[in-house]
Design a protein around this ligand. Sequence first.
Ligand SMILES: [Zn+2]
Length: 286
Amino acid sequence: MMNFEKSCPVCTSSDKLIRFNWGEYPVIHCNQCGLDYCSQMVEKESGGNSSPVHMEGIEMMTKAFHKTNALAMKYAEKRLAIYESILNRKCQNVLEVGCGPGVFYRPWKEFNVSWTGIDINPYWKEFGEKNQIPISNYSIDSLNGQYDVVMAYQVIEHVEDPISFMESIMVLLKPGGIIHLELPNQNSLTSKLRQFSSKLSYDYGFIQPPMHLRAFREKTIYRLFENFNLDTKMVFTCGNTDKTWGQVRDYSLFQKSLYSITGGLGFGSLLIGMAQKGFSVDKTII
Ligand SMILES: [Zn+2]
């Protein structure tokens, strides 16, 4: 692994790094690709190279799970149409990395797409067993199938080394396969409000130690895909309640209107990136 104190985890730049302290912790901004990050992981998920998800988030997802199946179904239907238009063939199988409660398992099954869900947190494996959802604890590197689509929703901001994470995904994509990332947008309104002063905010935007130690912008995602010679299909920001790309959550009416306004203004909290792997095998290495 690279020394991230000296070089950026996404673009490997070493002379474009700007270092500053935010309250009690040091942050590095890469002026080349726009990544904000902390070079040291404070805390790691057991058995993984990623920062942990806090219990509050887990409880929220558990609660939302039982209310949001209809929403997941709508998203899956719309996304499938887009995936297949890019694939130019039927989408047969998908891999969801960091799938949490596996809310997308039943929707994909409904559309005859085989869903594989992995999550390193043992809580979700157990949750899956109780709810008849086949969630496994395997690490991404232990899989050996090949998939039409690999999706990672709210995952890459937890990953210590985004390049090696992408390398693992590349191996798991069929030729012409699609990677679909969803993550927090460091240029969102919420994030910008948390970048004024460390006296007002412990978080520096979406740098939220110990949970999130990497915060991406649109141009960071472009750069990440370029590293792998991927054919970038879309990189854009939207609100959490976007009708196609939103998050499966149980939103209040207030949140719905707020997210749709900030999303519409281009300051939405979600960053979406989608890219396609080439059909020739030798173009996937940096
Ligand atoms: Zn960079």
